[in-house]
Design a protein around this ligand. Structure first.
Ligand code: G4P
Length: 189
């Protein structure tokens, strides 16, 4: 998506070889017009999949997932992160390991909002190691929902996420695919 790539080149900061800072338009301050274009793009790509619901994980996935759900005319369900153990029979839960943050969290979703056989689209801001998507997929399996596709705003293609998701049979569509990061370097595939 050219508009997104231009924004990344203009405002993104490669903090090191692994991390791209995009807090001026995605992770902290949000460019609402860009989010609307992102939502249109994802909705057009996944239009034929008969999506019943969009899901994302709090917090930074919410803005692009919201606009996508709006253009697909379906609800958005926000999966929650809990940092302490909880036991609640009304929730699906799974443990996710973040390699970027070197920590675990419990990913949860209310059973109320996931019904058997629903077609689900997951939207997230970054794809790094794929663990957030795999955790989401485990919850959707437990709910007997169908994960029809994964839409990613920024994919770090030099990290293992895409391969892991493709090996799990998932349809991954990324709007910007980064081949390389470094001091002052941002290169797309
Ligand atoms: P994975 O799901 O692909 O395995 O990713 P990983 O756990 O490694 O990443 C965890 C968190 O770090 C996610 O945010 C993700 O968005 C963020 N992240 C990963 N790589 C980058 C990067 O290059 N730049 C930025 N800005 N963030 C990155 P999170 O913990 O879920 O935070 P938030 O959604 O609450 O903001």
């Amino acid at each position: 998506m050219d508009l997104l790539k231009e924004k990344i080149l203009k405002e993104g900061i490669a903090v090191n070889e692994n991390i791209l800072k995009v807090d001026s338009f995605l992770n902290h301050q949000v460019d609402t017009k860009l989010m609307i274009e992102i939502g249109k793009n994802f909705a057009a790509y996944f239009q034929s999949k008969n999506i019943d619901k969009v899901v994302t994980i709090e917090a930074s996935g919410i803005a692009p997932a919201f606009t996508t759900a709006n253009f697909l005319n379906v609800p958005l369900v926000i999966f929650k992160k809990q940092h302490s153990s909880i036991l609640n029979h009304d929730l699906f839960e799974t443990t996710v390991h973040s390699f970027t943050k070197n920590s675990d969290y419990k990913l949860t979703a209310s059973k109320k909002f996931l019904k058997e056989n629903e077609n689900i689209l997951m939207i997230d801001d970054f794809l790094a190691n794929g663990e957030a998507v795999l955790g989401t997929s485990r919850i959707l399996n437990a709910a007997k929902c169908n994960l029809q596709g994964v839409g990613i705003v920024i994919e770090k293609s030099f990290q293992p996420g895409r391969n892991k998701l493709e090996n799990a049979g998932l349809d991954v569509y990324s709007l910007a695919r980064i081949a390389k990061l470094g001091n002052g370097i941002i290169e797309f595939i």
